[in-house]
Design a protein around this ligand. Structure first.
Ligand SMILES: Nc1ncnc2c1ncn2[C@@H]1O[C@H](COP(=O)(O)OP(=O)(O)OP(=O)(O)O)[C@@H](O)[C@H]1O
Length: 334
């Protein structure tokens, strides 16, 4: 069997006092294969955490069904729990007065791990995240990045089959983020029966790690595909920015006619160089050679050229209609 997780037509309604019932999930379906890092992306309040909570047996669905490694999360939760770990970026992690080592040991015992196995894994993973020397530090004295690394170790020590990572690099510096991402990637590759569900606000992180992502908004899945596919679906043409020494409307008309239908040329200006800038959307990457020839024939000199690559953020923006940063900037401060 290749399906680690199957989510079928999941819905969740929250009854809030004094207001109408709130539909946080409205028929969410997707599956995750073994060996996969699957991303759940969406703006604040989209339903990501609710989905993860149901998948990890912390919350009951209103309707629909989720299986993890073939076990129903509602009926067979006692089978599901030993197979999973959940790490949330925002969590303060366990008991602040414990040391790193004590904390990890305590969680290993919750899972009933044998002493020698637990001790060996704790040492191994603390060394991987460069936290072995900090093992006697109290948890509540750790920086955010250090705490996140310990959280990750806590999730891995019990050798789960499915790792739920809810914003694992939230508030973490670049170096610690790279370490966390590398560990997650290596961990999945190590054994074929492992998989990861990741939510993140960092589109580049999802693009780098995930084999597939589902974009969720208002409790609905808007897309479910490989990041490369989502980017390609945006506009499969090749895009270039070309800064030139001069270009007038008449020259542009000649070049546009020469390039033919399907190739769009938009004239603007390079804000830095203060020179004219042509943005070209070409049907085929090889059309750039024809365009350069056409420019040369018009006596235009190229100053700078770069190929524009669509990003996962562009795909997200097109589907959801806003970028994460915009949303954070406009969020009311409570
Ligand atoms: N226990 C609850 N009672 C009432 N409403 C809830 C509850 N939990 C979540 N919600 C609501 O359900 C919606 C989805 O919340 P959820 O936490 O799943 O979003 P999210 O996609 O994880 O967002 P974020 O990126 O902000 O964490 C939100 O509107 C939230 O206010």
């Amino acid at each position: 069997m290749h399906t680690a997780i199957q989510v079928e037509n999941l819905s969740r309604v929250f009854n809030r006092r004094g207001t109408a019932p709130f539909h946080a999930l409205r028929g969410v379906s997707f599956d995750v294969s073994y060996g996969e890092i699957f991303g759940l992306l969406g703006p604040n309040g989209a339903g990501k955490t609710t989905t993860i909570k149901i998948m990890s047996t912390l919350l009951l669905p209103t309707s629909g069904r989720v299986t993890v490694a073939g076990f129903d999360v509602e009926k067979d939760y006692t089978h599901v729990r030993p197979l999973i770990s959940l790490i949330s970026g925002g969590e303060t992690s366990g008991y602040g007065i414990l040391t790193v080592e004590e904390q990890l040991w305590m969680f290993s015992q919750f899972y009933g791990m044998e002493t020698h196995v637990a001790r060996a894994r704790i040492e191994e993973y603390l060394k991987v995240v460069s936290m072995w020397d900090s093992r006697r530090q109290q948890m509540n004295r750790l920086s955010t990045g250090m705490r996140q690394k310990v959280n990750l170790v806590r999730g891995l020590v019990t050798d789960p089959k499915v790792l739920f990572l809810d914003e694992p690099t939230l508030g973490v510096d670049v170096e610690a983020s790279v370490i966390i991402r590398n560990i997650v990637r290596d961990w999945v590759r190590e054994k074929p029966e492992r998989s990861v569900i990741l939510t993140t606000h960092y589109m580049a992180e999802a693009d780098e790690l995930c084999s597939r992502v589902a974009i969720i908004n208002h409790g609905l899945i808007l897309a479910n595909a490989a990041p490369s596919q989502l980017k390609q679906d945006l506009d499969s043409r090749a895009h270039y920015e070309i800064t030139v020494d001069r270009l007038d409307g008449e020259q542009l008309d000649h070049i546009t006619a020469f390039m033919g239908e399907g190739n769009d040329l938009v004239l603007g200006s390079d804000k830095v160089a203060k020179s004219p800038m042509l943005v070209a959307h070409l049907m085929h990457e090889s059309d750039i050679a024809r365009l350069i020839t056409a420019l040369a024939e018009q006596g235009v000199t190229l100053e700078y050229m770069r190929k524009l690559e669509p990003t996962l953020e562009d795909a997200f923006l097109k589907m959801v209609g806003k970028r994460f940063e915009d949303e954070e900037e406009t969020s009311p401060v409570s």
